[in-house]
Design a protein. Structure first.
Ligand SMILES: [Zn+2]
Ligand SMILES: [Zn+2]
Lengths: 177, 447
């Protein structure tokens, strides 16, 4: 398996300890170098007042055009409520077999659902979301194995139902890429 | 199943076409787009699509007119109409004109996937009816249930005879026998397989948490809740709910559960809207529920509601013939997950595994194999890598290293050598734990 290296661009929402743990979780899944970089941008350019949310398509496009230099896989990490025009919200998105994607922890934290904060759970959910989007950039599509991290999840509860890793089938597909 | 289903998206807005195109692509569907009705109709002349997702408001011919034309062309076409909020009347008209369903923009991602699953189900059922002779006679997608022993074949036979029905099932068996996999096999061979199998580990949750997990809650039910939270029953709509460790639920939850099973109607915590959900229930337990009923700790009425069919999963010591296949399966699984080619196991080691008692059943075997791959030489699994014998730990401890070794080994055995759970308890990551196991040459003490 010769996967391209991974770069996570953090836009200032996460502390270094949290990011370090995410890096470890991702490394464990793909066995490639995972780097963290700081990104800066004025998010107000991406805010759409009518919906009170941030436009994920514009964010994806920004990441792809400003950070994709070589064949590394890039994921932009945010903590704002993101949407695409056709959906009420998304957790993240990536270009299939592409070079980049984005993920937001906004709707992944317990507090937004009125449940006691749980930092470990947030770390787990966010790691899963990032690994899922990275899977797409490596060319994996959704999987019907209910434990697999590549199973599509539209609710935060769906994310909790799946494991933190690829199922053997997806892993094999990844190895053959 | 999605791989064989094709979808045509008809919408004049680029962003809608692009978003839906990538959404369905990621789901494994064959997708094409058309920016207006005219293009769509000409695509339909040369190709057939299983599902057509069409916007109502388009310049030129609108979605409703297109729907009527498609329906005259091919009556059984599945057309889903997309509308903006203001045009619900149009949606009603669309249904009269034969649309399969309609969905309002912007969609909740979950609503869209539910709708597409409904459509996929209809398509496959129609296909199965057409091909009566090719109907599913044997179990599909059970390749994760490993073994060829008579005991496991009987279980699979039970699965086969109950899968297509809607009956509640209780799966009994010792811990670690793989009851959840049996639930999975039942679900994936039922007509509910297009919808989710939702698991709840009842034993891991307190009463109030379990209530919110099962029924969900409305935003505002608790301070700071910005969004509604779907409960497991709601998530399992049209699918199956799997309640693991059912014997652990409190008397109050037993009453609530019974009520939901009878009515299939419930309310979210803090809500006042009744929610209906059509789910099938599969439970699992390692306890003797009948005895609990006699002792008065488990409600009798609930027991009879759940126990329509009972499938018993035998312990591993009653199917030792499956140990070689299981071992091979786990070696492959863990080698792949650690990014290395599968390694062989020494015949003597395998023989000793076949003789071992395995009180922790398949899970114990799995943990043993995982651990052997971690601590072994990476070329072959030998007897030395397997914790089949008692290991005496020295009691003179002064150095920090020695303390660490004892502590880690203690936590490892507490969690049955489950690497993830141990790492979590120790608050270190799995790689660090692997390294420490290697460094200290840790082995589980024989049980
Ligand atoms: Zn996805
Ligand atoms: Zn998978």
């Amino acid at each position: 398996m010769n996967l391209q290296k991974i770069i996570l661009i953090s836009f200032g929402y996460f502390d270094s300890e949290f990011l370090k743990k995410i890096t470890e979780n991702i490394h464990r899944e793909f066995f490639v170098n995972v780097e963290i970089k700081d990104g800066h941008l004025d998010l107000s350019d991406f805010f759409e007042a009518e919906r009170g949310q941030y436009n994920a398509n514009k964010l994806s496009h920004f990441i792809e055009s400003h950070f994709s230099k070589d064949d590394s896989k890039i994921i932009g990490l945010f903590n704002v409520d993101i949407f695409i025009p056709i959906f009420t919200y998304i957790f993240g998105q990536a270009y299939l077999k592409g070079r980049s994607g984005i993920a937001s922890s906004f709707r992944l934290s317990n507090e937004r659902y009125g449940i006691e904060a749980d930092d470990d759970l947030l770390l787990e959910r966010f790691s899963k979301e990032i690994i899922h989007e990275l899977g797409h950039t490596y060319g994996l599509i959704h999987c019907y194995n209910s434990d697999c991290i590549m199973r599509s999840g539209t609710y935060v509860e769906d994310i909790d139902q799946k494991n933190s890793s690829l199922c053997p089938k997806c892993k094999e597909t990844l190895l053959s890429i | 199943m999605s791989k064989n289903i094709s979808i045509l998206i008809v919408d004049d807005e680029d962003s809608v076409r692009e978003s839906l195109y990538s959404w369905f692509k990621e789901d494994g569907y064959k997708v094409e787009c058309a920016e207006n009705a005219k293009t769509a109709l000409s695509k339909l002349e040369s190709n057939s699509f299983d599902i057509i997702l069409a916007d109502v408001k388009m310049p030129g011919m609108d979605g409703l007119e297109m729907l009527r034309r498609i329906k005259t062309l091919k009556k059984e076409s599945i057309v889903i109409v997309m509308t903006a909020f203001a045009t619900v009347d149009t949606a009603v008209q669309a249904l009269k004109d034969g649309a399969f369903d309609y969905i309002t923009k912007p969609f909740d991602p979950d609503d869209l996937s539910h709708l597409i699953r409904n459509a996929s189900k209809q398509i496959s059922l129609a296909y199965e009816n057409e091909n009566l002779k090719e109907r599913m006679v044997s179990l599909e997608n059970v390749d994760y249930i490993i073994g060829n022993s008579e005991a496991i074949r009987k279980v699979l036979h039970d699965v086969e005879s109950v899968a297509q029905s809607n009956s509640s099932v209780i799966i009994t068996g010792e811990s670690g026998t793989g009851k959840e996999l049996i639930a999975k096999a039942i679900h994936s061979n039922s007509s509910r397989r297009y919808f989710p199998l939702v698991s709840v580990h009842c034993g891991a949750l307190t009463e109030s948490l379990l209530e919110s997990e099962l029924f969900g809650h409305e935003k505002g039910a608790f301070t700071g809740a910005m969004y509604n939270r779907k409960g497991r029953f709601e998530m399992a709509d049209s699918g199956t709910i799997f309640l693991d460790e059912i014997a652990t639920i409190s008397p109050k939850m037993q009453v609530e559960l019974l009520r939901v099973l009878e009515s299939k109607i419930f309310m979210r915590v803090g809500g006042n809207k009744e929610i209906t959900s059509d789910f099938r229930v599969i439970c699992a337990t390692n306890r003797n529920l009948k005895q609990m009923v006699e002792e008065g700790t488990f409600r009798e009425d609930l027991f009879y509601r759940l126990n329509v069919v009972n499938i018993h999963v035998p312990p591993l010591r009653e199917r030792t013939g499956d140990i070689p296949m299981l071992t091979e399966y786990f070696i492959k699984k863990y080698c792949i997950s650690m990014n290395k080619p599968p390694i062989p196991i020494d015949p003597t080691a395998l023989q000793r595994l076949e003789e071992f008692d395995f009180p922790g059943n398949i899970r114990e075997l799995e943990n043993m194999v995982e651990r052997a791959i971690v601590i072994g030489n990476g070329k072959k699994i030998t007897l030395r890598d397997l914790p089949l014998e008692k290991n005496i730990i020295s009691s003179s401890v002064e150095s920090l290293d020695e303390q660490e070794k004892i502590h880690i080994s203690h936590i490892l055995s507490k969690y049955d050598w489950n690497i993830s759970r141990t790492a979590k308890a120790l608050q270190i990551d799995r790689v660090t734990l692997y390294n420490k196991i290697k460094k200290f040459n840790l082995k589980a003490s024989g049980k």
